[in-house]
Design a binder for this molecule. Structure first.
Ligand SMILES: Cc1cc2nc3c(=O)[nH]c(=O)nc-3n(C[C@H](O)[C@H](O)[C@H](O)COP(=O)(O)OP(=O)(O)OC[C@H]3O[C@@H](n4cnc5c(N)ncnc54)[C@H](O)[C@@H]3O)c2cc1C
Length: 344
């Protein structure tokens, strides 16, 4: 079988990795001159354990992805920094508000404990004293997305995959042909541009809007994630947090969410960075300095903001894979590969 993958982000590369391991011939077409130009490198690199909506297709892929990252990171050669989530609450009553959290954690075998008062203060000193207790969730990871993408691309090439850089695919032809080469299947994994490319073969592409997720790098160093327990999380921000920075020093605050009219990554102004900083700094006992800031493009399929992996003829489209797509990427690659091997 011969398959083309459009887009060398984390989804395209992990799909190629799985296909190659099954003996499929794979060519990857990437518009830019490097891998993972877009969301795949503009994120804080969290391997998630909990994500909204609980129990959905998205979260099942995320949990499977988490498992596969731990298995494949050794073969591919990227590091995962083990960490935990300190999910803080302000009032003791809050821990009773959503019995869903412990139910979800137990159901998926996620290790967690509940701590309160002095134990929280002693064990997690950097957490602001306004919080009275926390769920401590184990099993989180932080990757350096640049390192991960780089190693993954090298492994894909070692396995025999070919990556064509600077090759922007404008449209899907009615037959799966690129540059005169006929493929058995073409996987379109071009992030925000998937819908533009697929428009010619998909009569009903999802409606999409775009946002930018702003992240601020701050001068404090911690080795765990701090987020506030919230029953009604926004499906766009997924809550935001204080996150250890993958370079070992510093911390990321955010991401926050803002609608944008383009799918190109915008610059971030100092005012926007300060707003985001101020939205999350309350989680910390001490106020750090702002070191730098950046943002990534978020794709929103609406209504519902669900991920859509759709097959039409000999094309597979990955629509709207936003957070936690980095965590889920090995599982998405596995899902697409299993399907293609099955249908031949
Ligand atoms: C702010 C933010 C924070 C996030 N935080 C997390 C997190 O902590 N944990 C987590 O698990 N996930 C997170 N995510 C989600 C995750 O980053 C994405 O789901 C994932 O990177 C999507 O990868 P992709 O390969 O689909 O897309 P992309 O990274 O967008 O890659 C698409 C690739 O296709 C190429 N391309 C585009 N058009 C064409 C074309 N016409 N022809 C050829 N190539 C083309 C692009 O150049 C690019 O390389 C976050 C995302 C954002 C934006």
């Amino acid at each position: 079988m011969r398959v083309a993958v459009i887009g060398a982000g984390v989804i395209g590369l992990y799909t190629a990795y799985h296909l190659l391991k099954e003996g499929v011939e794979v060519d990857i077409y990437e518009a830019r001159h490097k891998v993972g130009y877009s969301a795949s490198t503009h994120n804080p690199g969290v391997l998630n354990v909990i994500q909204n909506p609980l129990g959905s297709f998205k979260t099942r892929l995320m949990l499977r992805g988490l498992e596969l990252h731990r298995e494949y990171s050794r073969d591919i050669g990227y590091n995962i920094m083990d960490t935990k989530l300190v999910l803080v609450y302000r009032r003791l009553g809050h821990r009773m508000i959503s019995p869903l959290v412990p139910i979800y954690m137990k159901r998926y075998g996620i290790k967690f404990e509940r701590i309160e008062g002095d134990t929280l203060k002693k064990k997690y000193y950097e957490v602001s004293p306004i919080f009275k207790g926390a769920f401590i969730v184990d099993g989180y990871g932080i990757v350096n997305p640049y390192e991960m993408l780089d190693r993954l691309a090298s492994r894909v090439v070692e396995l025999g995959g070919k990556i064509y850089f600077g090759r922007r695919i404008k449209r899907a032809e009615s037959e799966p042909v690129i540059d005169g080469v006929e493929y058995d299947y073409i996987v379109i994994a071009a992030g925000p541009y998937t819908a533009d490319i697929a428009r010619t073969i998909d009569p009903n592409p999802p409606r999409q809007r775009f946002g930018k997720g702003i992240m601020v790098i701050s001068s404090i160093t911690i080795d765990y994630i701090i987020a506030e327990f919230n029953v009604f999380l926004s499906k766009y921000t997924k809550g935001g947090a204080v996150i250890p920075y993958y370079r070992g020093r510093w911390t990321i605050l955010g991401p926050d969410f803002r609608w944008i009219d383009t799918k190109e990554i915008y610059e971030v102004s100092r005012e926007e960075a300060e707003e985001v900083f101020n939205s999350y700094v309350y989680l910390l006992r001490d106020k750090p300095e702002i070191i730098d800031y950046f943002c990534g493009v978020r794709i929103i399929n609406y209504p519902g903001n669900r991920w859509i992996i759709r097959k039409i003829g000999r094309y597979i489209m990955t629509y709207g894979i936003d957070s936690p797509g980095l965590t889920a990427s090995p599982a998405i690659g596995e899902y697409i590969t299993r399907h293609l091997i099955k249908v031949g």
